[in-house]
Design a protein around this ligand. Structure first.
Ligand SMILES: C[S@@+](CC[C@H](N)C(=O)[O-])C[C@H]1O[C@@H](n2cnc3c(N)ncnc32)[C@H](O)[C@@H]1O
Length: 216
């Protein structure tokens, strides 16, 4: 069937691999639409989503995040380098942040960025795992999510659906999930199926920001 190849290698000591490019740090653009973020250096370990620049969907999310959160417990679900949760932490001094991602490199990046720019005294959690499985049911007030929509080259909302379902479980009654997505993905339909509601917060030609409330 010729489906697999076994390759043996022997290191050549004469070859110089060059300096390790990781972690990679870039500065958030001057027009990043969230207070405190413009010009901030963000560190990205190898393999982290959009490790060399601010993603345009993330940028649109940053421009449309909720405010006035008080001491809310906020989960940055699929946090990547943690820039979304970082925006909340810098703007909402009493909010308690939980950063979660299935990638160790992402959570390490988010932790580094949070500790560098917010400080070591601020209470926060950094969890590696699937969705919000490490969080108890009804234990968070707000979930922020920019879900992945690719899996092995295919466009799919499978992970997003699982993330939304898990967000509903982790939210308290009255808690909210805020989602950014490409308009063509139709997340409003998925959210209505899972939460029974979905409200459009903002949109442009490419993206929508949606809000769903846990009602029971
Ligand atoms: C589109 S990126 C968003 C990253 C970051 N929040 C941002 O907006 O720049 C989606 C993130 O979800 C993470 N992810 C994918 N599947 C996951 C899962 N089952 N549980 C938790 N995180 C997951 C990926 O590792 C990635 O960091």
């Amino acid at each position: 069937m010729k489906k697999a190849r076994l390759i043996h290698t022997t290191p050549d000591p004469a070859l110089k691999p060059g300096p390790n490019p990781w972690p990679h740090t870039y500065e958030l653009p001057a027009d990043t639409p969230a207070p405190g973020l413009p010009g901030l250096p963000v560190t990205n370990h190898a393999g982290v989503f959009c490790a060399d620049r601010l993603d345009i969907g993330t940028r649109f999310f940053l421009a449309n995040l909720p405010g006035g959160l008080g001491s809310a417990r906020v989960a940055d679900l699929g946090c990547g380098n943690g820039v979304v949760g970082l925006a909340i932490a810098l703007h909402e001094p009493d909010a308690e942040l939980v950063f979660t991602d299935e990638s160790y490199q992402a959570v390490a990046s988010a932790q580094e960025n949070f500790r560098t720019h917010v400080g070591t005294d601020r209470k926060a959690k950094f969890l590696v795992g699937d969705g919000l499985t490490a969080l108890a049911p009804g234990s968070v007030d707000l979930v922020l999510n920019n879900p992945p929509f690719h899996s092995h080259q295919a466009t799919t909302d499978r992970t997003a659906r699982r993330m939304f379902t898990d967000a509903r479980r982790a939210l308290r009654t009255g808690g909210e999930l805020w989602v950014i997505g490409n308009r063509h993905l139709g997340y409003h339909v998925t959210l209505r199926r899972i939460f029974g509601n979905s409200e459009l917060v903002a949109s442009d030609r490419k993206f929508v920001v949606l809000r769903a409330v846990r009602q029971d």
